[in-house]
Design a protein around this ligand. Structure first.
Ligand code: GDP
Ligand code: MN
Length: 357
C-alpha cells in the first residue's frame, strides 16, 4: 500500500512540472509583443561591488560598449576591501570617462543597501542593476526599447561557466521566456534587472537577499509586466567544487524566502495570470522537491528492492537517456532546493560570504 503512495508522489513530482512546461510551450509567444520605443531612452546602470578586483575592468568595458555613451550614466557603489575602488578610479582616468560616478560606502552592509542607494542617485527613469561578475552579449538597446507602457521591468536569459549549471539553464530560460510572454515572471536575474522608477520607488524595495526577483514581483503586483527577454544573454561566473554548493544553497534560500514572503500578497491580488505563474513557481521551489524525498522514503520503507531498482534506473537514465542532461540537472537541483529551505530557516542573509569563483 505504502509503495503505491510513494510511487504516486514520484509520478506527481515529475508529471506536474512536465505539464507546466507543456502549458508554457503552448501559450508561449501567443500574446502580442510589447510596443517598442523609437528612440534609445537614457538609462542609469548601477553596479554594486564587493571585492570584484578580478572582474571590474572587464565589466566596465562590457557595460560601456552595450549602449550609446551619451544616453548612459554608470553608478558604482563599492564596499570592497581588496583594491577594487582604486582599480575603478584608474580605469575612469585611463578611459577618460565622464558619465560615471563612483561611490565608496563607509561600511559593507549588503548588496541591497548598495542597490537602493544607487537607484536613489540615478538621474534617469530607467535604471539597470547588474552584478560585476556577469557579462552581457546581444542587444541591450533592443531589450530596453520595450521597457514602456505596460512593461515595468525586464531581465535577461542566462548562461553559466559550468556545464551542469547550463543544463539547468536551458530548461529554465524557456520557462522564464514563456512566463514572460504569458504575463510576467516572478524570477529575475541580478545579471540584468532593468526597471522604471516611475513604477517602483527605491524606498519600496525591502531588505532582502533576492533584490532581482523582489523587484519583478513588486512590479507585477502593481499591475505592470516584468519580463525576461532573449535580446540579452548574460554569462555569469560559477564557483567550483564545494563553493558551488554553498553558492547554490545561499541563492536558493533567497528565492525560497522570496516565495514565502510574497505568497499571500500575490494570492490576494487580482491578477489571475500572474497568480497562476507565481503559485506554480512557489510550488515547484518549495513543495515539489519534498514529493521526491517522501516518495523515495515511502518506497524504501515498504519495498527496499523496488527502491534499489528505481535508483538504478535513475542512474542509467541520467547517463544514457535522451534527457540525461536535463535529468541530472533536475535531480541535483531538487537536492539544492531542499538544502536551501533548511538554510533559509536561519533568516535573511543580506551580506553574504563571497564564494571563490
Ligand atoms: P550572486 O550573484 O548571488 O552570487 O552574488 P554576488 O556575490 O556575485 O553579488 C552580486 C553583486 O553584488 C556583485 O556585483 C557583488 O560584488 C555585489 N555585492 C555583494 N555584496 C555586496 C555588498 O555588501 N555591498 C556592495 N556594494 N556590493 C555587494
Ligand atoms: Mn554573481
Amino acid at each position: 500500500m505504502l509503495e503505491y503512495l510513494g510511487l504516486s508522489l514520484l509520478v506527481f513530482h515529475f508529471a506536474e512540472p512536465a505539464y507546466y512546461y507543456g502549458y508554457i510551450k503552448k501559450n508561449c509567444c501567443r500574446t502580442r509583443n510589447p510596443e517598442e520605443d523609437k528612440e534609445d531612452p537614457p538609462i542609469s546602470v548601477i553596479i554594486p561591488t564587493y571585492n570584484e578586483r578580478d572582474n571590474i575592468r572587464r565589466k566596465m568595458r562590457n557595460v560601456l560598449e552595450s549602449y550609446p555613451q551619451d544616453k548612459m550614466e554608470i553608478i558604482i557603489i563599492d564596499s570592497s576591501n581588496d583594491g577594487t575602488y582604486d582599480i575603478i578610479k584608474k580605469e575612469i582616468e585611463a578611459l577618460n570617462l565622464k558619465n560615471i560616478r563612483l561611490i565608496k560606502e563607509e561600511k559593507r552592509r549588503g548588496k541591497i543597501f548598495a542597490v537602493r542607494e544607487g537607484v536613489k542617485l540615478a538621474s534617469n527613469n530607467i535604471v539597470i542593476l547588474t552584478d560585476a561578475d556577469a557579462f552581457w552579449e546581444g542587444s541591450l538597446v533592443k531589450a530596453i526599447k520595450v521597457l514602456r507602457g505596460e512593461v515595468g521591468a525586464i531581465s535577461c536569459i542566462k548562461k553559466a561557466t559550468s556545464s551542469l549549471e547550463n543544463n539547468y539553464r536551458d530548461f529554465y530560460n524557456i520557462i522564464r521566456l514563456g512566463e514572460s510572454s504569458i504575463y510576467s515572471t516572478p524570477i529575475f536575474h541580478g545579471e540584468l534587472t532593468a526597471f522604471r522608477k516611475d513604477v517602483l520607488k527605491p524606498e519600496e524595495i525591502p531588505n532582502v537577499g533576492a533584490d532581482d526577483s523582489t523587484i519583478a514581483t513588486l512590479i507585477s503586483l502593481k499591475g505592470y509586466r516584468a519580463i525576461c527577454t532573449d535580446n540579452v544573454i548574460a554569462t555569469e561566473i560559477v564557483p567550483k567544487g564545494l563553493e558551488y554548493f554553498s553558492w547554490k544553497t545561499r541563492r536558493g534560500s533567497h528565492l525560497i524566502r522570496h516565495f514565502v514572503r510574497f505568497f499571500s500578497k500575490v494570492v490576494k491580488s487580482r491578477n489571475p495570470k500572474f497568480k497562476k505563474i507565481f503559485v506554480e513557481e512557489a510550488y515547484l521551489h518549495v513543495i515539489n522537491p519534498w514529493l521526491l524525498i517522501f516518495g523515495l522514503v515511502l518506497i524504501g520503507v515498504s519495498d527496499p528492492l523496488l527502491l534499489i531498482i528505481l535508483l538504478g534506473l535513475a542512474v542509467v537514465a541520467s547517463v544514457i537517456s535522451p534527457i540525461s542532461k536535463l535529468l541530472r540537472a533536475w535531480l541535483s537541483n531538487q537536492g539544492f532546493l531542499i538544502l536551501s529551505q533548511l538554510y533559509a530557516l536561519r533568516g535573511e542573509v543580506i551580506a553574504w560570504r563571497k564564494e571563490k569563483k
